[in-house]
Write a new protein. Structure first.
Ligand SMILES: Nc1ncnc2c1ncn2[C@@H]1O[C@H](COP(=O)(O)OP(=O)(O)OP(=O)(O)O)[C@@H](O)[C@H]1O
Ligand SMILES: [Mg+2]
Length: 268
């Protein structure tokens, strides 16, 4: 009941942005599926991102998604958000019903807000960066809404065959929708001289899969950070700084990708 009330409040707040005539549509979508409601709102807000209304154009939306579970979506969402929070107002939206990101925040102390999906409907203008963590195995139509509702979709994968298979499935679904605003991130990569990470990168590059230049190493420090509810450079671990740097590269590259895409859209 409380959730329904919250959904109606959120829909009313959203209607403020989309105009009074849209309230019924927003209410309908919100009741049917809060997940879709958020991405519906993201797409409506994007449609406001025009010459006349620049108020949302500064917001960078980055989403984590994959058809495979356990590939570091939440870990990536938390650390990219942590880095971006140093640059400007940032929120992490937990769109996973398992509430992994919210639980992470509750266990400890993150220096940016982490909101469950229902509390996030209609937010936007006050944040420069919105990071969205999602559940594993989204349905194809959910994946379409996710990719269309963001500037960059990060698809993490570990270098093992099962995970790579899940990533390829995710990419083939994205391609079906004509999406191009995604990048694959190799995560939990075992240390050299174990060759899996290098081999996976070579094979993916050979078939033209768009990859982040940097990979995320497999380091115990990340598991400690999740357990303590903090970001990795705050844990007592000799590799903590190294681990944090891995995600700094990814956050910087993400911003550069979004910027270059928006420049090419403006130019065309
Ligand atoms: N770079 C890393 N090195 C070592 N362990 C890691 C690393 N990244 C994530 N992990 C660990 O791997 C596990 C899965 O990570 P995470 O929860 O971020 O994945 P997920 O894709 O969000 O999973 P789910 O699909 O269940 O939501 C966690 O125990 C996490 O601490
Ligand atoms: Mg997760």
């Amino acid at each position: 009941m409380a959730e329904q009330r919250q959904a109606i409040d959120s829909a009313q707040a959203l209607s403020h942005y989309v105009g009074a005539n849209s309230i019924h549509l927003v209410l309908l979508v919100t009741h049917v599926n809060p997940f879709l409601a958020f991405f519906f709102s993201a797409r409506v807000l994007q449609s406001f991102d025009t010459e006349e209304c620049k108020c949302y154009s500064a917001t960078v939306k980055i989403t984590l998604a994959s058809m495979k579970g356990g590939v570091a979506k939440t870990t990536t969402a938390v650390h990219v958000a942590a880095y971006l929070a140093e640059l400007g107002p940032t929120v992490l939206i937990d769109a996973d019903p398992n509430n992994s990101a919210c639980s992470w925040a509750k266990r400890g102390n993150l220096r940016f807000p982490v909101l469950p999906l229902l509390k996030a409907i209609g937010i936007g203008s006050q944040y420069e960066h919105i990071i969205v963590d999602t559940q594993a195995r989204p349905k194809p139509e959910e994946l379409r809404d996710l990719v269309e509702g963001c500037d960059l979709l990060i698809v993490p994968t570990t270098p093992d065959p099962l995970s790579l298979e899940g990533m390829m499935l995710t990419l083939s679904t994205l391609k079906r929708f004509g999406a191009e605003n995604y990048r694959v991130l190799l995560t939990i990569v075992p240390p050299e001289p174990i060759p899996e990470g290098k081999i996976a990168r070579q094979e993916l590059e050979a078939v033209g899969i768009p990859l982040f230049k940097h990979t995320i190493r497999r380091l115990m420090a990340f598991q400690r950070a999740a357990a303590d509810g903090v970001v990795v450079n705050e844990v007592r671990d000799r590799n903590a700084r190294l681990a944090a740097m891995d995600y700094e590269y990814i956050a910087e590259e993400s911003l550069a990708i979004v910027e270059s895409r928006s420049r090419s859209v403006t130019a065309s």
